[in-house]
Structure formats: C-alpha cells, structure tokens
Design a protein around this ligand. Sequence first.
Ligand SMILES: Nc1ncnc2c1ncn2[C@@H]1O[C@H](COP(=O)(O)OP(=O)(O)O)[C@@H](O)[C@H]1O
Ligand SMILES: [Mg+2]
Length: 254
Amino acid sequence: MARRHSTASSQAESSLTASGVTVAFGGFKALTDVTMSITPGSVHGLIGPNGAGKTTMVNTLTGFQAPTTGSVALGGKEVGRMSPHQLRREGVARTFQAGRLFTGLDVLDNLAVTGVGLGHSRSGSEAEALRVLGWMGVPHLAERPAAGLPYTDERRVGIARALMFAPDFLLLDEPAAGMSEAEAGDLAALIARVATELGTGVLLIEHNVGLVLSVSQHVYVLDAGQVIEEGDVDVILKSQVVRDAYFGADQEAA
Ligand SMILES: Nc1ncnc2c1ncn2[C@@H]1O[C@H](COP(=O)(O)OP(=O)(O)O)[C@@H](O)[C@H]1O
Ligand SMILES: [Mg+2]
C-alpha cells in the first residue's frame, strides 16, 4: 500500500472523468449530461435526494452501466464500455450499498479471493489482505467468518476488499448507512486517510450530508439526474439551489 506521488499536471491526466454522460432506461433519463471528475489524493462528495441518480453515476464510473451518450475516461483513455472486472484491474474499485461478502468464507479469504481475481497469487493476495486489514486497524477480523459480522465490521471489510492492491480510485456508495454518529465519524477518518495516505481518489456518496461535507474537498450535488451545484464545502453550504433541492422552496420562507 504505497503512497503515490503525483504533480498537479499528472493529476489531471490520471483522473477518472465522466463527460456529458446521459443514462437512459427506456424513456427515463436517470442521468442527463453529467460531467464529473475524480482526481487522485482527494475526497469528492456526491450528494442528492433519493432517486437523484447517485448509484447510477457510480455504476457508470465503474463499468456496471454503460453511458447511453457521453464518455467515461480514465487517465484520458475511454473506458465507458469496459466491464467492471476490467476497470477494477485498471484501478477503479467500489463498494456496494449492500455488503455482498462471500458469507461462506472468512474475512481473509474474502479479501484474498479479490486479489486472486485481480491476477495475483494466493499467497501474495493473503499477504496483501493482512496488510490492508492492519492498515485499517482491524487485523483481528482476518479469521472471522464473514457471515454474522457486526454491521459496521461488514462495511469495513467491504472497504478493505475494495482497497486490495491499492486502487487509484475508490467509489463508496453510502458506506455509513445504518451507522451511529460515532461510527460514521470513525469511517470519515478512515476515508480521509485513504486519500491522504494512499493517494487514492475517492468518490463518497452519503445520505449523511454532514459526513460528506466534513471530509470532502469537492462536492457534486445531483438532483433528478443533473448536477445542480458543485464546488468546495463553502460553495455547497451557501448554495440556494442546494437548499431548494433538499428542503423545498416553501421551507425557505418559513
Ligand atoms: N436499471 C434501472 N432501470 C430503470 N430505472 C432505474 C434503473 N436504475 C435506476 N433507475 C432509476 O433511476 C433513478 C436514479 O436511481 P439511483 O441512481 O439508484 O438514485 P440514487 O442512488 O440517487 O438514489 C431512479 O428513479 C431509479 O428508479
Ligand atoms: Mg443509491
């Protein structure tokens, strides 16, 4: 898990970028002309009401959903038609809203299977799994069965699995769902470390807007499939369109 060193100019070249992406399901557009970029070493927040298109965006950036129009580029190379497996090998990892662990395996094997799937040896994958769990501060989870893990540990293992062999980009779809404020705070600290210590570019989707604003350098706001605002935390906090999207125009008058 080596830290990457990159200059400002190489950062732009090595970004994961959606440009003018529209995703249509039949006649319904889940995303319309969305442009969004994730750069190494920082956390990007993605917020928006339920049904705004956040998960569809993650699916599109990770090969689970091909854009209907528009492009997805990784380091300047078009990847919009790549499979999830290809993109994972190219360094784009994600977690899911639901855990999706192999419940018949222990935690170490859950991580090692991912390493083997990425083309690494069994022993190399186990060593990497132990390294990742140690880095996360949960080495004691290695031999625990994945089935029946406490909820927050299950989420941690999902992140550990995504961190196998140091992906360049990590996309987290509601990782704090169901956590207490204290647990969400621990998770926020971990997410910050992923960016600063590993140099990974993170896209964080969260219902918990406070958590997103506490840890993100740049935030995108989606509403009804469109980016209605983006910028640093100050921009988002001051944005009237964001308030309207979240609280409705009526409430402003109250
Ligand atoms: N495979 C699909 N087929 C049809 N509609 C979909 C599909 N996936 C998502 N949608 C619709 O697209 C919209 C955005 O969904 P989603 O990306 O899951 O939103 P979010 O994650 O922001 O809650 C929703 O209206 C959802 O019902
Ligand atoms: Mg979602």
